[in-house]
Structure formats: C-alpha cells, structure tokens
Design a protein around this ligand. Structure first.
Ligand code: GLA
Length: 423
C-alpha cells in the first residue's frame, strides 16, 4: 500500500504513481502491439496528461487557464494499413475496437475508441489522407482522475497520424494548433463530450519547464517559466468515481451560455462589472445559481491573471492562497466539488500545503496542492490519514513536473521527442 514516494520516502496510507520513462512506455506499447497484431509498429508516439494550476471551467467561457503538462503520458504503437480498417487495443480497456474509418461519424463509436478513431476522423476532415491502422495503447496517466487521460489519448493519436501521413503539423506550433482543433472535434463530436480545449492544448502545445498561459478569447498560448524552486505541485487523485460528471458539466456550460445571453454579451469574458452583471441577472429572473456560476468564472479569470504574474515574478509561495480561493469558488459558487475533493484540499492545507484546490471538471478526480518540497511527505501523510478517517479509499499521489508536449518516441527523429524536443 505504501510504495516509496519522491525521494524514496515511504508514506503510509497513500499510493504513488510514478511516470514511466519514454523507453518504458514505448516498450509497453510495442509489447501490446505485438501481442494483438503481431510484428512491429511503424513507431511509438506519446502525449501527456495535464494538471491545471488555476483557471477551471473558464475555457468554454472564452477565459483564461494555466495548465502544466505531466511527465505521465499515454503511448500509442501504430502501423498504417492499406484497407481503411482500424483495429485498436488498450492495456487499460477490456474491449478492443474494430471498424472502417469511412464509417466513423457522430454517434457511431462508443467508449474509449471514440477518442482515438475520432481523431482520425477529424484529421480526415481537416484534409489529411489518413489511412486505416492497427494501434495499441498503454498509459501511465491516471484514468478518470481529472488529469486529462482522454486528451492524452487524443494527442498521442494526433501526433502519430500526422507523422505517418507525413503532414508535418507536429513540427511547428501553428501545425500543433491544427492538431488541437482535430482533437477537440473528436472529443466534442465523436465522443460527445462538450469540453473546451484546455486539455488538448496542454497535451500538444506545452513547453518543458513551463506552464501555459491560455487565453480562449484571442486563442493565444504563452509559455510561462515554472521555476518552482523549493516548491512542488503535489497531485492527489482521490479515486472517487465521477458522479454524473458529464451531465453536470453540460449543465454548467449551458448556465454560462444562458447568462451571457441574458447579459447581451458574446461570452462571460466580457463581464467588466461583476456586481452590475449579478444585479442584471437577478432582475432578469435568472435562477440564483446562475449568478453564482458567473461569479466563479469572473473571479477565476482574475485568479489566473494573478497567478501568471506571481509565477513570472518567481513569487511561487504566494500562489497558495490563490489556489485555495479557487477551490472555495469551485465548491461554493460553481458547485462541482465533492466530499473527497474537499477532504483532500482541507487535509493538504492542514498538513502544511501553501494552498490547494480541486482540478479538472470536478465531481471526483484530483486535487492539486502547492507544497514545499521538504513537506511533501508530511502533506501526503496528512491526506492519507484524513482519507482513512473519512472511510474513503486510498488516494494516489504524484508530483507534477512541468513537461513537454506530445510527439514521437520511436524511431528517434526530428519531429519531436516525447519530452518535448523540437517544436
Ligand atoms: C474538463 C474539460 C476542460 C475544462 C475542464 C474544467 O477537463 O475537458 O475543457 O473545461 O474540465 O476546467
């Protein structure tokens, strides 16, 4: 139960999730490929999960986010085939998938395969001559943990298919923006999840050692050096099952769109006077929770602006209260937290974290704590003890090391390595 954590420190009552090295991930994906299809793949590609430092539920409101890519990646071993057939297996999924690429469209693919084959469909729509393929997936991105395992899967297929057709989009940032768009279409139209683009951008446009300042109004992506120094980003996967997360996500998005409509604005990003906007929504008869949703989005954008400035000025410790305020807003105004997330945040802060908050869509998944490196073991122990006392399952922890974007792992070559070499 208590595998050694960072620095070899064993902490009771938590599990640690180490990232695979690229060689280990490639070996696993190649072994899965050989077992399912025989022979060698054309190559192995990978893309990372992400943790969002701050800026939650803002991406679909033309707002601001600040993610970092994880060293934890999803690996895809892939070989094109000439007959338009796609065959997929995953070490994380019991069911394989097989079908014709020409038959893929909205509503035709269920489950995990939608994220993979959806990218092939979207890249075809973007004009790439994507063939059929056999592909085997393996991943060390915690699944269903609010760390973007789905975008890591999409991103790995995007760079793989771009590479095998020789389109070269992965070789420069403008091309990567097109790959992000294809991944979003796959998720929105084939997997049917109305998500906003934060995850795919982090998976494909990150820079090692940096966070990404994302602005979903003007589409800009600005790397901000993440000089964490004596601080660590400790991620706590609560392993709480997502409870109706999809329906709740869609409802939050609809409430924000309704509010913008009532305010006569293109998006909530255009709210300049929060109190005036709340008054107007109340006068317009909007449900009370709509005002709270708007307050979260507007204050969260301000927290991102503040966090970007603090990071740029190397005032890392001062990020702590910003994270904790973000959690309160997600819990009380946006109402997307859950008991496990609240316990993780409160226990982390009580054990010495400088600040903590839930990350991702919510209703389960992970929390992020900003911790002095010397306090990582104590905070892990505090969270583990609080989970045991609350009767929750054992949490899984990892330290987020700001990493690079998706790319080719094998064969080594000029496109981009999985640690984010050439752009
Ligand atoms: C999920 C979605 C993202 C984003 C977050 C909340 O991760 O995929 O697009 O909306 O929730 O910030």
């Amino acid at each position: 139960m208590s595998a050694p954590g960072p620095g070899g420190v064993g902490t009771p009552r938590v599990e640690w999730r180490a990232a695979w090295t690229p060689a280990e991930g490639a070996d696993r994906a190649r072994a899965g490929f050989a077992a399912a299809f025989g022979g060698e793949p054309a190559g192995v590609w990978a893309a990372p999960g992400r943790v969002n430092v701050i800026g939650e539920h803002t991406d679909y409101n033309a707002g601001l986010c600040l993610p970092v890519a994880l060293a934890h990646r999803t690996y895809v071993a892939l070989r094109p085939r000439p007959d338009g057939v796609v065959r997929l297996v995953s070490a994380q999924e019991p069911t394989a998938w097989e079908g014709r690429l020409a038959d893929v469209g909205p509503g035709t693919v269920q489950g995990w395969a939608a994220y993979a084959v959806g990218v092939a469909w979207a890249l075809r729509g973007a004009g790439l001559d994507v063939p059929g393929f056999d592909a085997a997936v393996d991943s060390c991105v915690p699944y269903g943990a609010g760390l973007s395992s789905s975008a890591a899967l999409e991103g790995a297929f995007a760079v793989a298919l771009d590479d095998v057709v020789g389109a070269g989009l992965g070789a420069h940032d403008a091309g990567r923006a097109r790959l992000v768009a294809a991944c979003r279409r796959a998720e929105n139209e084939i997997a049917g999840a109305p998500t906003g683009g934060l995850d795919q951008t982090a998976a494909l446009r990150s820079v090692p050692g940096h966070a990404l300042a994302l602005d979903f109004r003007d589409g800009s992506v600005r790397p901000v050096p993440a000089r964490l120094g004596e601080h660590a980003l400790l991620v706590v996967d609560t392993r709480a099952p997502h409870r109706n997360a999809d329906g709740q996500y869609a409802a939050r998005r609809a409430a924000c769109e309704d509010a913008a409509r009532r305010l006569g604005l293109p998006s909530l990003r255009e709210v300049t006077d929060l109190d005036a906007a709340l008054d107007r929504l109340a006068a317009d008869g909007a449900p009370p929770e709509t005002g709270r949703r708007v307050r979260h989005v507007v204050t969260e954008n301000a927290r991102v602006t503040r966090a970007v400035a603090l990071l740029a000025e190397d005032r890392v410790a001062e990020l702590g209260p910003v994270l904790t305020a973000g959690h309160a807003s997600l819990r009380d105004d946006y109402e997307v937290s859950c008991p496990e997330l609240d316990v993780a945040v409160d226990a982390a802060v009580a054990a010495g974290a400088l600040g903590a908050r839930m990350v991702g869509g919510g209703f389960g998944g992970s929390a992020l704590a900003l911790v002095r490196r010397e306090d990582v073991a104590a905070v892990a122990e505090g969270v583990g003890a609080a989970f045991a006392a609350a009767g929750f399952g054992t949490p899984a922890l990892l330290v987020a090391e700001p990493s690079g974007p998706g790319g080719r792992v094998e064969p080594a070559g000029p496109v981009a390595d999985a640690a984010g070499g050439a752009r």
